[in-house]
Design a protein around this ligand. Structure first.
Ligand SMILES: Nc1ncnc2c1ncn2[C@@H]1O[C@H](COP(=O)(O)OP(=O)(O)O)[C@@H](O)[C@H]1O
Ligand SMILES: [Mg+2]
Length: 374
């Protein structure tokens, strides 16, 4: 869809004097497939909401195209009036945002019934059908026993479930969720996370979800687009994003990673030899990378193996000293000083090393990933 959006108006903080305002998103290209739970993930201000609001029709992109199930919702070019711009209420979307926008003056039942009652006469379900669908939705959301209560007499989590039920009762073609769990406390957020995924699967609703929380994104999504500064850095399944980060930004933003910089000495048979300040490292890669180019080895803490110093040595073993240790119950986290670097490792509790202990760290060649220097 190659979407760009520049907020105009005189929001002076954003634009430098005289310049056109900067782009909030620039060349965002996404394809969401039917049934996907597609997440836009990135730090605050990277353009997630702008993208989502453009899909919703709440923002008019500066240029680009958006289509849903083959029909155009938006098409436009900078400096011209949009060729196509379907209004919000004609886009067949369900939406839930961060603040739970329930209607406080209505009962729980009426909150869910309302979107059906205001449907165009031609497609509006009968009164009996509306009651049936609302009852079923309240059951799914586990809100049946509160049906007659004023919506304001629900807890935060219940209100958010209500907002969700209201958004999907019309069976929208696309559900748009912008950080819908971020106002809830940690425990509730986690339980609603599972519920949301179950519901989405059961009902098969194609969903675009916005969050800055990487754990939430990994747990919920079938696909993730990682965004940074108005651009998409990588699109992939949670596993691909985590195990094959396409850039240092992605490796750093998703989970924890160690980075060792180096220069490519040789490339052969799916292996790269990287010359680093800790010596040569051998790394598996399918990437097309030129001899002599700069590259970064990215290693997850759980892919480092620690052995007592002098036990084994050889390629990809680095000498280090344990400088930090934190018992986590099911694992132990270490910080290991290797030369001028500090590497983070997460190991099983089977072996234990003490602070100050000399160790060797093994970097498995198949678990290290090469990422290009930005
Ligand atoms: N209404 C607006 N007017 C001007 N600038 C805006 C507006 N909304 C967002 N922006 C700017 O656009 C960029 C992207 O914002 P946003 O899409 O809200 O990011 P995110 O949802 O990822 O936190 C930010 O730099 C933000 O300050
Ligand atoms: Mg936002």
């Amino acid at each position: 869809m190659n979407l760009s959006k520049r907020y105009d108006g005189d929001s002076g903080a954003l634009s430098k004097k005289g310049d056109a305002p900067p782009f909030a998103i620039r060349g965002v290209d996404l394809e969401v497939e039917e049934g996907d739970f597609f997440t836009l993930l990135g730090p605050s201000g990277c353009g997630k909401s702008t993208t989502l609001r453009s899909i919703a029709g709440l923002e008019t992109p500066t240029s680009g195209a958006i289509s849903l199930a083959g029909s155009a919702l938006f098409e436009g070019q900078e400096g011209h009036l949009p060729r196509v711009n379907v209004p919000v209420n004609r886009r067949a979307l369900g939406m839930v945002f961060q603040s739970y926008a329930i209607w406080p003056h209505m009962s729980v039942f009426d909150n869910v019934a309302f979107p059906l009652q205001v449907m165009a006469r031609a497609v509006r379900p009968s009164k009996a059908e509306i009651t049936r669908r609302v009852d079923r939705m309240l059951e799914t959301m586990e809100l049946s026993r509160f049906a007659d209560r004023p919506a304001t007499m629900l807890s935060g989590g219940q209100q958010q479930r209500l907002a969700l039920g209201r958004a999907i009762v019309t069976e929208p073609d696309l559900l748009l969720l912008d950080e819908p769990l971020s106002n809830l406390d940690a425990k509730l957020r986690e339980s609603l996370r599972f519920e949301l995924r179950r519901l989405q699967r059961e009902l098969g609703i194609t969903t675009v979800y916005v969050t800055h929380d990487q754990a939430e994104a990994l747990a919920l999504s079938s696909k993730i687009a990682v965004m940074s500064e108005g651009k998409v850095e990588q699109i992939g399944t949670p596993r691909e994003i985590y195990t094959e980060p396409a850039s240092k930004f992605v490796a750093n933003f998703i989970g924890t990673a160690n980075f060792i910089e180096g220069r490519v000495l040789s490339v052969a048979n799916g292996f790269v030899i990287l010359e680093t300040c800790h010596g040569q490292l051998e790394i598996n890669t399918s990437a097309d990378i030129a001899v002599g180019s700069a590259a970064i080895a990215s290693l997850r803490p759980e892919s480092l193996e620690i052995t007592p110093r002098g036990h084994i040595s050889g390629k990809n073993f680095l000498d280090g000293v344990i400088v930090g240790r934190a018992y986590q119950g099911d694992s132990i986290d270490y910080i290991i000083r290797v030369g001028d670097d500090e590497l983070k490792a997460r190991t099983s509790t089977e072996a234990s090393f003490a602070r100050g202990e000399d160790v060797s760290v093994f970097l498995a060649e198949s678990k290290a990933k090469l990422v290009p220097v930005a």
